[in-house]
Design a protein around this ligand. Sequence first.
Ligand code: OAD
Length: 437
Amino acid sequence: MELDPEEISKIRARLFEIGPDQFVPEMLSEMNPLLVGTAFGLNPQLEARFGSRMFLDFLVSAIVRFYHKRQKLPQYNTIDDVAQLLQQSKNVMVITGAGISTSLGIPDFRSKNTGFYTKLLNAGIYEPEEVFDIEQFDEDPSVFYKLAHGILPDETRYSPTHAFIRLLQDKGKLQTNYTQNIDNLEERAGIDPARLIQCHGSFATASCRKCKHQVKGTEIFPYIRAQQVAICKQCTAALAAAAPPQKKKKKAKHNFDTDSDDNSEDDNIPTAGVMKPDITFFGEQLPNTFFDRLAETDAKSVDLVLVIGTSLKVAPVSEIPNYLPHHVPHVYISREPIEHVNFDVQLLGQCDEVVWELCRRAGWDLKHEMIPEGFGVVVEEAEMEKGRGCRWVVGGTKRETAVKEAEKVEEKAEKIEEEAEKIVMGEVPWANGDSVA
Ligand code: OAD
């Protein structure tokens, strides 16, 4: 049971012509649902496994998801198209992730072998994201304090990619930088706070989980480096001043208390709160400015989206490309290709090198101490399935390196595509399912 590519294109075109509400009944009255499903990546064998009622539910949700997923724009295909877009655009949105700071020695999260989560896995922490889980933190903050030194930023430097975002700002083109990074290096690079949304908060400040007293993040850095839980000084002072002095807990599990509502006998004895960096943990809401700025300003006026150094696996940031008007060109810059979001062009390589090359092609001068004198790169096209966004590999200074990198990218992309198909077929949990909100 298979459709040829032309039939698939026709079916999909019909969906975009009439919308899912009309499309679903029309298609189901004309065609076998199993066949329709193949046009949207659904394996017909799912019907045998889950029954026809459930299969129809899968089909409808696959159709709706496909309809809302951004499609590649046919007119933007090459690195020169991107350079031209840079020159022409006035309101650029830049979405960044941990990859823009790795050249400074700060690890990203999910890169194999080098990512922070791999290090945690190697240290026997099998659910590494739990280190940033708010319930886990409130239960036992020592886990976070033992491990967070591995991602503590050196606040004195910023990367060439940060310098590129600053250059966009200096040219009056930066609309907003949505960063998922918590290293606060955008501030160091001089990004205007009014144009910066720190989607996942940052290490810049820290607050007491109990009394909300806020301090500069650097005040708790020595505790993080010493792998000791930082206790709120304000709570401690208030407790010391309180009279009569409280009896001390005899068998406290920890020397901190994060839950003021707990009314067990032991926990009625007041204790100081724990300081937490103002990072948005899993289970916490993103700042309101994220949603307000996205909906009220950016979705209406952005004319170019650059996504740099993020695997785009954590919602709601991962949903931004599907949320923005689909006619706005989207470009992806990272080491690894991406499959679960459709970009117009993917520029793959070290982001510092990619943005340098983009600037060169746009006729701009990107200056940064990490860019050596006489620097140059080679750009090679990597093959990919039609309609999925063109990929260009920026592979250092040698052509052989670029060609090898392009071959690796093609292999990786195939693997990711296979995984994505399994996901659509319900074999593994939805890859894009992490959410901090
Ligand atoms: P990830 O580690 O998931 O993704 C980083 C991406 O950058 C990967 O695709 C890397 O291949 C790429 N990369 C790394 N170094 C690069 C370089 N020098 N040049 C180009 N690309 C490079 O990190 P994020 O997407 O930022 O959440 O992760 C998102 C969120 O997940 C984080 O904010 C954090 C984490 O859980 C919280 O802390 C709440």
